[in-house]
Design a protein around this ligand. Structure first.
Ligand code: CAA
Length: 283
């Protein structure tokens, strides 16, 4: 099937990044959020990034204009009635996501594919609340979306080959690299990344080294672009804890137990960059 019109639900950092790359690839994009202020903020950020790309001669002024023209604000889920694909990027909460998918199942045309950008919730369970589980799939983009090349494509238990193929083709059109993954806790990316971050936190918790030194070891020793604690602050410590809980519960294996220091920071409201403090302080 051919995808032309896309709705992205959630105008936060991930949602606006996804909307940007879809619009840049020529798709007709509705950026949807219940909160109009959030959409304006998302669109302003997209414009800022595009202006920077023009200044650096990565794209032309015409490409910037075309991208902005491909983006439309939407505050009503009903607007999904004309879409071929909906990509949901709302908060990581199963109740919220299943409510959105139930509504989308009623609103969208029969042929539409419903995708979730969830970083760890089971696609199979989200799909099960719809009458089209074969057309539900995971499209897990990485942060920052305009920069990172990967999209993990997660097949739920009932996702059809046709749906998978359409999403793989679209991911290639976005100039991203698709990787096919089956639906298990944390998929591939977070099953590997989060235990590494959790272990880095244990290293600090047990007094082996300071956050700065742990990060330096991984940056200079392993050529990671960011140390694991800087990355944890960047992702959000609440998100890291949430994903560790999903792994711990999903596999029932103690190797995924979240570090007590991670829990303590989240309880203190030290959520990383977004709250001004995590393993580091931000002004
Ligand atoms: N949005 C858009 N572009 C951004 C950006 C953002 N938030 N942050 C940085 N960039 C761009 C910059 O504009 C810059 O572009 P130019 O070359 O045009 O200047 C380019 O990225 C490089 O940025 P910087 O020079 O400022 O800094 P850097 O070299 O350290 O790169 C980084 C920044 C790309 C974020 C890099 O540090 C990196 O790759 N870090 C690791 C990111 C990562 O691991 N992401 C995955 C997180 S996990 C996830 O998303 C999944 C999940 O479920 C939790």
């Amino acid at each position: 099937m051919s995808i032309k019109k896309v709705m992205v639900i959630g105008a936060g950092q991930m949602g606006s990044g996804i909307a940007q790359v879809c619009a840049q690839a020529g798709f007709d994009v509705l950026l949807n959020d219940m909160n109009e202020v959030a959409i304006d903020k998302g669109l302003a950020n997209i414009e800022k990034l595009l202006t920077r790309a023009v200044d650096k001669e990565r794209i032309t002024a015409e490409e910037k204009e075309n991208t902005l023209n491909n983006l439309t604000k939407s505050t009503q889920l009903q607007d999904a009635k004309s879409c071929d694909l909906v990509i949901e990027a709302v908060i990581e909460n199963m109740d919220v996501k299943t409510k959105v998918f139930q509504q989308l199942d009623e609103i969208t045309p029969k042929h539409a594919i419903l995708a979730s950008n969830t970083s760890s919730l089971p696609i199979t369970e989200i799909a099960a609340v719809t009458k089209r589980p074969d057309q539900v799939i995971g499209m897990h983009f990485m942060n920052p979306v305009p920069v990172m090349k990967l999209v993990e494509i997660i097949r739920g238990l009932q996702t059809s080959d046709e749906t998978y193929q359409a999403i793989e083709n679209m991911t290639n059109e976005l100039r991203k690299t698709p990787v096919e993954v089956n639906d298990f806790p944390g998929f591939v990316s977070n099953r590997i990344l989060m235990p590494m971050i959790n272990e880095a936190i244990y290293t600090v918790y047990e007094g082996v080294a300071t956050p700065e030194d742990v990060d330096t070891v991984m940056k200079l020793g392993m050529n990671h672009p960011m140390g694991p604690l800087t990355l944890a602050d960047f992702i959000g410590l609440d998100t890291c804890l949430y994903i560790m809980e999903v792994l711990y519960e999903g596999f029932g294996d103690s190797k995924y137990r979240p570090c007590p220091l991670l829990r303590k920071y989240v309880k203190a409201g030290w959520l990383g960059k977004k709250s001004g403090r995590g393993f580091y302080e931000y002004n």
